[in-house]
Design a protein around this ligand. Structure first.
Ligand SMILES: [Cu+2]
Length: 153
């Protein structure tokens, strides 16, 4: 019994040390020649109520949080200051109409490689957490991905 309690205590300790924020399924599409911007999609979950308030990228001159909105039948992208993250809820940026925009790419996004972004999450307490994310770069022609992009755009 003591041993089991010890194991449980260890598990609890490991969980407490884990970040408050988890990110999964981060991906971007490979760029075509001449394209110097890219989008990253991901699913983010915060244990506490928080907001995604910023993003940086070493691979791009500038990274921003963007929304996509339909306006008179035209899809427009806009920078947003923050994206709400309800406690414990997995937020799929794509499904919510958001994406991370990479502008002024320093090099093409090549399929099979990864691009790293750093997200800034601000909790209700005001405390912030930086979350490094490696997004998989997928080929242009991957059917499943194209389908997804078509649905979003
Ligand atoms: Cu955008």
């Amino acid at each position: 019994m003591k041993r089991i309690l010890g194991v449980l205590a260890m598990l609890v300790a490991v969980q407490a040390n884990a970040g408050e924020v988890t990110v999964s399924g981060a991906w971007s599409r490979a760029t075509v020649p001449g394209q110097d911007a890219g989008m990253v999609q991901l699913v983010i979950t915060s244990k506490q109520a928080a907001k995604l308030v910023g993003v940086t990228s070493k691979d791009a001159g500038k990274a921003e949080l963007h929304s996509m909105v339909h306006e008179n039948g035209v899809m427009k992208m806009r920078q947003v200051a923050a994206i709400d993250l309800a406690a414990g809820k997995a937020v799929d940026l794509g499904e919510e109409g958001y994406h991370v925009m990479l502008m002024g790419l320093k090099q093409p996004l090549k399929a099979g490689e990864k691009t790293e972004i750093t997200l800034t999450v601000r909790f209700a307490s005001g405390k912030e957490e930086q979350v490094k994310v490696n997004a998989d770069i997928k080929p242009q022609s991957e059917p499943a991905q194209q389908m997804k992009m078509n649905m979003k755009m």
